[in-house]
Structure formats: C-alpha cells, structure tokens
Ligand binder design. Structure first.
Ligand code: NCD
Length: 308
C-alpha cells in the first residue's frame, strides 16, 4: 500500500511497489484524458530550497494534469528559511495547507527530517549530494519504455559520480534487478562514494569496474548515463575548473557504441554532451524529461491513494 507513504530514499519502495507506479504511469501515457480530474480538490506544495527546472516544474505540471492545484516556493529566499525557520516547522505548517509535498534541499537528510514532522506525504526532490528518488523513477520508466526491461544491462555512469545524487539513487535502485553490471567512468577525485560501493555494490556482489576513460568501454554499454560536474557542491573553484571538462560526449566517441545503446542524462547539461549528439537516435535525455512528468503523475496518485 503506497497511500500516505513518504519517498525519501530510492529503497523506500519495494521493486513490486515501483513496478505499480511504473505500470500506472504507462496507463497514464496511453490515455491521459482519463486521469485529467482524478486529483481535483487536492493540493501539492513544492518546497524548493535549491534551484530546479525539471523536478519542480514536472511535479507542478503532473499535479495540474491530474486536475489538482499547486502552491509553494522555488527558492529558500522566498520562504521563512531566511528568517531562520527550521524545516520541521515549515513542513508542520505546510501540512495544514496541502495534501502532499515535494521538497528539495541543499542539506543531506532534510527531507527525511521533514517526513518525521509531516502529516502529509513528503517526496524528496533531491537532498544535497545524497539522493534523488523521483529522478530514479524517471530513469526507470525511461529505461523500461525504451529498452522493454529493467534487467540484463551493462550500465555506464560517466562524470561526477561523487556528488551526483541521481547516480547514487539509480545505482541503488538498479542493483535490485537481475544481471546488472556497472561501469563507473570518472576522474579519480569524482568516484562513487565508498558508502555506496560498500553497502550496495560489494555487499550484493554486483559486477562493477571503475575507469577513467570513456572510449574503451563504450562498446560494452547498453545504457550510458552522463552527468554534469556538480559545481555547487565543490569546496573550491580551482578543483571545479580542473575537473569540469573531464568528459565531453561527441559523435566521435559514439562511433564504437552499440546501435541500440541509449544515452541518458538527468539534465541540466552544461557541456558534457555536445549538441551534435542531440539528433542521434540514441539520445534519450529529452524523452527522459517527459517520462519524468508522467511518472510523477503516477507517484502522486499512488501516495494520495486516488484511482479512476
Ligand atoms: C539533477 C539534480 O538536481 O540532481 N537534475 C534533475 O533533477 N534533473 C542533476 C543535476 O543537477 O546535475
């Protein structure tokens, strides 16, 4: 039963529960008109203490397309956080106004604290360099829709694997499906944090390698997940400048890639995928943004317990 639950960590829901959300999202994609009024009378609050384009707007579009309403703020400066209000007090207040909320916060763990004080479902829209479970749902729906399954893949993650929360969440989620292998491509300084390697990859005996070149491993990949170097999480500008152009995907580098590989990216892109790749049939990142809205429609319906 998903009604009334929070979504803070990608492992909060079982693979069966995730499947339920993906199934419903598929139904919505097939027949969106059927769902146009199901959330009439419900309010979603988006509490965004950090910048966002896709996550916040796709949540809002999702709720509006279900016939519900939205309220919220899009930066900490526009909320009482600037006056020193705690996340706990903010969410206790919002529980009186809305039926469900999505929160993004620069501090790891903030949405989890919010969930402890909230009377309504709290959805983590990204907490610092930690997790981003609704991007994971987006990614799973994209993979399932474009590749027809969620098992038996070699998945390459490339870029900032240290601070990239979408990477952490997707590795955790994919590790629950059969026969998934990971190729982790990053500069030494931006490797996947040890806690994910120890608690997920090593513990579950998942096949993974860490490399610092993309070209050599390209032919093995079924999915290539590119990421942006997370400027805002660096402690000093020099390191960012040194590492920011580590990987730039262009058509040349794709020459040895499988014909049916898909290229994903949570976006925003800075320069890590050159624009010439956008028209390659393997580029899936803009399709991914659309799946993100549909999967949030499915998620909102499940957490509110509404049905047609
Ligand atoms: C990502 C995020 O915020 O973590 N963006 C998103 O939500 N689609 C990725 C990023 O900012 O690089």
């Amino acid at each position: 039963m998903l009604k009334g639950r929070h979504l803070i960590d990608p492992m909060d829901f079982s693979p069966e529960e995730i499947d339920e959300i993906l199934q419903l999202s598929d139904e919505i994609i097939k027949n969106p008109r059927l769902y146009a009024d199901v959330c009439k009378g419900y309010i979603l609050a988006t509490l965004f203490f950090e910048p966002s384009t896709r996550t916040r707007l796709s949540f809002e579009a999702a709720m509006l397309r279900l016939g519900g309403s939205v309220t919220g703020f899009s930066s900490a400066d526009a909320s009482s956080a600037v006056k020193g209000e705690s996340v706990a007090d903010t969410v206790k207040t919002i529980s009186n106004y809305a039926d469900i909320c999505a929160m993004r916060h620069p501090k790891e763990g903030a949405p989890k604290i919010a969930a402890m004080y909230s009377d309504i479902p709290v959805i983590n829209g990204g907490d610092g360099g930690h997790h981003h479970p609704t991007q994971t749902l987006t990614d799973l729906l994209t993979i399932r829709s474009l590749k027809g399954r969620l098992s038996n893949f070699t998945v390459g993650f490339c870029g900032d694997l240290k601070f990239g929360r979408t990477v952490h969440s997707l590795i955790k989620a994919l590790s629950r499906y059969e026969n998934i292998k990971f190729v982790l491509v990053s500069p030494e300084e931006l490797r996947v944090p040890d806690y994910i390697k120890d608690e997920v990859l090593t513990k579950k005996r998942i096949d993974f390698v860490e490399v610092d070149k993309l070209e050599e491993i390209m032919p093995a990949l079924d999915i290539l997940y590119m990421t942006r170097v997370q400027k805002e999480r660096f402690f000093n500008e020099e390191d960012y400048i040194r590492l920011k152009d580590s990987f730039i995907l262009d058509l040349n580098k794709l020459e040895n890639a499988k014909d049916d590989m898909i290229i994903m990216h949570p976006l925003p892109r800075v320069n890590e995928i050159s624009m010439e790749v956008d028209s390659d049939r393997r580029a899936a990142y803009f399709k991914q943004t659309k799946y993100g809205m549909y999967v949030r429609m499915g998620l909102i319906m499940k957490l509110l317990g509404v049905e047609i």
